[in-house]
Design a protein around this ligand. Structure first.
Ligand code: ADE
Length: 249
C-alpha cells in the first residue's frame, strides 16, 4: 500500500519510522511518503494561509499550494492504480471507526491532506472530488491544532490491518471492534506471567488448557467490559447474535 501525507510539519511523522510501521516500511509492505506543502509555494515567505473571506478569527489555508501539491503527488509514478483516495482529517468529518480502518486497509493508495488553522479553502476539496474519491474523517468530537496527529492515528489504525504488517501472533481478530465475534464489543481483561502477583491470581480458567472455556470466558469478559465502559454499544448487537449465556452476563 502507498500512503502520501501532505503537511507543513513533516517532522510530525517521525514516529512512522518506528515499530510495526517502521518494519513494514523497511520490508516494502508500506510505501509512505511525507511531503512538505511549502514545496508548492512560490513567494519569499512560502505563504500557505490567508485571512478568511467573510471575516472571523484565524486563518484559512490557501487553495493554490494544495492544488499543486495534489496534482504533483498524484501524478507521480510508482503505483499501478491511476488515482488514490484522498483523506481529509477534520473535526467536521464523518467519525472514523474500525470499519473505516478495515475498508481503507484494502485500498492500494491513500493521500492524507493535513490542514491547519481554520482549515483548507473549500474549493480545493471541490476540485479534488472531480478527480478522485474524497473522505472527510474526524477521529473524535474534539478539536486538534491540525490534521497531523489525526493522520498518525488513522495511518496506524489502517496500516496494522494491511495483510502481513501484523505477525500471525499479533492477529487483529481478537481486537475490540474487530468484525465477527468482537463487532461492537470491547476486549476484556488480559493476563501474563507470573500466575500470582501481589497476592492477585490470574483467573484459573485461563490456566485450565480448556480452549472452549477460555473462549467463553473471554467473550463474557468482553461483554462485562462493554457494559461497564460503553453500554450503548450493546444495543447495536442484534438479539439473534447474543446467545443465551451472553444475555445472562
Ligand atoms: N483536525 C482537527 N481536529 C480534528 C479531529 N478531531 N479529527 C480529525 N482531524 C482534525
Amino acid at each position: 500500500m502507498r500512503i502520501d501525507i501532505i503537511t507543513i510539519f513533516a517532522d510530525y511523522f517521525a514516529p512512522l519510522d518506528l515499530s510495526l510501521i517502521g518494519r513494514a516500511r523497511e520490508s516494502g509492505l508500506l510505501d509512505i511518503r511525507v511531503h512538505d506543502l511549502r514545496t508548492w509555494t512560490h513567494d519569499r515567505h512560502r505563504t500557505v494561509d490567508d485571512t478568511p473571506y467573510g471575516g472571523g478569527p484565524g486563518m484559512v489555508m490557501k487553495p493554490e499550494p494544495w492544488g499543486e501539491a495534489l496534482d504533483e503527488v498524484t501524478g507521480q509514478e510508482g503505483t499501478d492504480v491511476a488515482v488514490p483516495r484522498l483523506v481529509l482529517p477534520t473535526p467536521s468529518g464523518v467519525p472514523f471507526t474500525q470499519p473505516h480502518a478495515e475498508r481503507l486497509s484494502g485500498e492500494p493508495w491513500l493521500v492524507f491532506a493535513c490542514g491547519r488553522y481554520e482549515g483548507i479553502d473549500s474549493r480545493f476539496v471541490a476540485d479534488a472530488r472531480e478527480r478522485m474519491p474524497v473522505e472527510e474523517l474526524s477521529i473524535g468530537d474534539y478539536v486538534l491544532a491540525g490534521g497531523e496527529s489525526a493522520t498518525l492515528v488513522m495511518v496506524e489504525a489502517v496500516a496494522r490491518l494491511v495483510p502481513g504488517v501484523l505477525g500471525n501472533a499479533d492477529s487483529a481478530v481478537q481486537d475490540s471492534f474487530a468484525p465477527g465475534a468482537m463487532e461492537n464489543l470491547l476486549e476484556g481483561a488480559v493476563y501474563t506471567k507470573p500466575p500470582v502477583w501481589r497476592g492477585r491470581e490470574v483467573p484459573p480458567i485461563l490456566l485450565s488448557g480448556n480452549h472452549g472455556a477460555v473462549d467463553r470466558w473471554r467473550r463474557d469478559e468482553a461483554l462485562r467490559t462493554t457494559a461497564r465502559n460503553r453500554p450503548e454499544l450493546l444495543d447495536e448487537i442484534p438479539e439473534h447474535e447474543l446467545d443465551r449465556r451472553d444475555q445472562e452476563v
